[in-house]
Write a protein that binds this ligand. Sequence first.
Ligand code: MN
Length: 411
Amino acid sequence: MSESVPDVTPVNPRSPRDEKQPQRDRIIFFDTTLRDGEQSPGCVMHGNEKLRMAHQIAALGVDVLEAGFAIASEGDSESIRNIAREVRGPIIASLARAKREDIEAAARSIEPAPRARIHTFLSTSDLHLAAKLKITRAQALDQIAEMVALARTYCDDIEFSPEDATRTDPDFLVKVCEAAIQAGATTLNLPDTVGYCLPQDYAEMFRMVRERVPGIENIVLSAHCHDDLGLAVANSLAAIQAGVRQVECAINGIGERAGNASLEELAAIFVTRRDQLPFRHNIVMNQLYPTSQMLATCISFGAAPNKAIVGANAFAHAAGIHQHGVIANPLTYEIMTPQSVGVPHDSLVLGKHSGRRALEHRLIELGHHLTHAELDAVYHRFTQLADRKKTIYDQDLIGLLKPEPKVSAIA
Ligand code: MN
């Protein structure tokens, strides 16, 4: 905790946000909702949904917004370009394999952004090199050096990720990091691609590279964790305590398989436990819940009801003893207020006795302003649902906004 931390190079020295903040105290939030998040089943978003989400993610105050994987499809590259053209605030990034055509596609798609990043990656574990890429370690080093240098010809802000870093031989990982830094990488992200690490292992890997890689003090180290063992947030924190200053995360923790580290959980930890983790960041806390809700309207599921921070039950007190305590003093059972993370204060319970005005009121709180006709249609579906279900959750209401309600996580 009290370990010394690196004095990292600012992401963008011209950014007014950065100028005010000493870098060693600052956590860079890198949001990958629209890339790693969108890659998972049920999370596909269309271009207009991605653009709408990107505006909201910018309003949330993230520092870097990974908008997609330009080479993946024509639609993806077009949507990155639209985001790069319209969305202001965050650095706009595109993912690219360490291949010429990927890097060129990424460079084209981020070109309209005033602040842009190419995020390129290559697997480095022996398993991935042999089974997937069918190249040797020496070939991998050459490819990393060549492709990072190529990316630098298009953009000054280059992130390199050795995929499967946590299962890469440590001596080889040191060489990989060195090659990427020498070729011009400005951020080094060491992902726990398969979500296998324990917090102490992940921290140890970062301490090891910080000790052994020349020039590492001049770049930003980044964590990218998956939640296969439910450790994505814990591993990200362990990495921060080992000197990492960028965390890659997603709204509602969506992402490949069990998902990425949850952005809202990390942000809430830094605010609630400032006593132990005294870091600055730019997240606008009361935008957490609206952003989570908006994502639920774009993909096929919302946050689970018991999800920390943004779940429907995250601030619900059902037991009589708890209710009594909270009424007397919220601090008895609440470590943060619902309002601080943007959960509407008014928690009226909607059911079959609720009227149109109550429904409209709640939908406006959730950020949905409907026309008269739309409200009529949603109200009709609401009364049908209220006949079948005792409690109508916010997530159910969001499902009702679409003519054919999708299966919600609550069902
Ligand atoms: Mn990932």
